[in-house]
Design a protein around this ligand. Structure first.
Ligand code: SF4
Length: 462
């Protein structure tokens, strides 16, 4: 009689096993990790948060910032202790593995295999290979097919899903490693994405999607389609409540897309529009292809199209040889753009990029000081903007429960991407409920509110 706890694949039996995954970096990586887990479920793996309990450890790496790199190398180094105690399979995937896969496998004895960003969907075959006795290999090939065609895989029961619509990037900003780790742009066909989302809504109860891509505004260029067209089609899907997308490049924001922000009801009241610097000369050295004036013009157009839109951004402090004047221009831009929040980082050189070859005179002290000035100013602006939320009511999806100063509260995410914490009326489970919450106090980092209405898990028009 067949053992129901064992899955037979090819010549091998796969008993129930556990996989532990550590994901670094952006939403794309988190989305890839979910995809990996979904593939591995076919080989009888279930996810665990406890590293010591796992039979398979996977690191999904990020090459964008030095800090994430260092954390990965150090954690991978520590796994040799686990490997010395039990028979565990260890793999590294993602952006670092794409460029350094072979070297990693050579250097770290406990690492069984490495895999790049374009072979995620072959993870099952790679794991099979290991259990068939083949260890110490690296797969970093690029997908050469003309079309980019996938089906979104989700492993969770939440109504939120990431949907990848374009991979790679053709921009080659001078500081960025992504075009080398993720390859050139390739979009999924519009009708395929629409059917994919329809399926997620109908069969998996998804109500909120985030369209993903390194430069999502380039979506469809290779097929004569566009992001604005796609958003218009997704708007028509019954049961889909909220649509987000990330990440945008200002150069590729079309008038059609600006208009979509004014007309589409399901499009979130939030846009993440990375500016990186407020200085035209730095933007030139970054090869960003737009000016500060063009950027601020876009912000104005977006706000005109949708007065409720909330805009956030990314800033790099201390790009090589940035002058004090250029840094001051970034502070000026912060005052003009008035972002709801920003992700700001000190420049860190990524090997292989143009910026890494610049003979740089800035010290880490200067970078640190400029980063602090950027954050201090942003925090002031943020406090002023958030204060205006007080007394306003927001419809939002409840995403988690937590404890605040000893008090148990639920947290919701608004359409404009702000988190608001509120006290429940009773002990009932409110996860994934749509609620109306009135903001009672809002500071730079935290918004507290009062629950006005609970609509349950379905059918709240945002
Ligand atoms: S557009 Fe974004 S992903 Fe592409 S090279 Fe520039 S920073 Fe990197």
């Amino acid at each position: 009689m067949e053992n129901p706890n064992i899955i037979r694949v090819g010549d091998l039996d796969f008993p129930q096993r556990k996989v532990w995954m550590k994901t670094y970096g952006c939403q794309m990586n988190y989305h890839d990790s979910e995809r990996i887990l979904s593939h591995l479920s076919k080989l009888n793996f279930t996810a665990t948060d406890v590293e010591a309990d796992a039979d398979l450890l996977i690191f999904n790496t990020c090459a964008i910032r030095d800090l994430a790199n260092q954390k990965f190398y150090s954690h991978l180094g520590e796994t040799k202790h686990i490997a010395s105690k039990k028979d565990v399979v260890i793999a590294a995937g993602g952006c670092i593995a794409q460029t350094e896969g072979k070297d990693l496998v050579k250097k770290y004895k406990q690492l069984d295999f490495a895999f790049g960003t374009d072979v995620i969907d072959n993870i099952g075959e790679m794991v099979y290979r290991v259990y068939a006795g083949d260890r110490k290999f690296s797969v970093t090939t690029w997908d050469r097919s003309e079309d980019y065609s996938i089906e979104t895989k989700i492993t969770h029961g939440s109504p939120q899903a990431f949907v990848n619509i374009i991979k790679g990037c053709d921009k080659f900003c001078s500081y960025c490693i992504v075009p080398f780790t993720r390859g050139r742009e390739k979009s999924r066909r519009l009708d395929e994405v629409v059917k994919d989302v329809q399926r997620l809504v109908e069969y998996s109860g998804v109500q909120e999607i985030t369209l993903l891509g390194q430069n999502v505004n380039s979506y469809g260029k290779d097929n004569g389609e566009s992001l604005a067209q796609l958003l218009g089609e997704l708007e028509k899907i019954d049961g889909l409540e909220l649509i987000r997308y990330t990440t945008s490049h200002p150069y590729d924001v079309s008038d059609e897309l600006v208009a979509a922000h004014g007309s589409l009801k399901k499009l979130a009241n939030h846009l993440h529009l990375p500016v990186q610097s407020g200085s035209n000369t730095v933007l030139q050295r970054m090869l960003r292809e737009y000016t500060v004036e063009h950027y601020l013009g876009l912000v104005e157009k977006m706000r005109k199209a949708n007065p409720n839109i909330v805009i956030s951004s990314d800033i790099i402090a201390g790009f090589p040889n940035e002058t004090e004047e250029e840094h001051q221009d970034t502070l000026k831009l912060l005052r003009a753009a008035r972002y709801d929040f920003i992700y700001a980082y000190s420049f860190s050189a990524r090997k292989g990029t143009k910026a890494a070859r610049i003979d740089d005179v800035l010290t880490e002290d200067i970078r640190g000081r400029r980063l602090r000035e950027i954050m201090d100013l942003q925090n002031e602006i943020q406090a002023e903007i958030r204060k205006t939320m007080e007394g306003q009511t927001y419809r939002m999806l409840v995403v988690e429960k937590g404890s605040f100063k000893g008090e148990s509260k639920w947290t919701g995410r608004t359409s404009c991407n702000r988190l608001v914490h509120f006290t429940p009326k009773d002990e009932s489970d409110m996860l994934w409920h749509w609620v109306d919450v009135k903001v009672t106090s809002a500071t730079t980092f935290s918004c507290q509110g009062e629950l006005l209405a609970d609509f349950g898990k379905k059918a709240a028009r945002v």
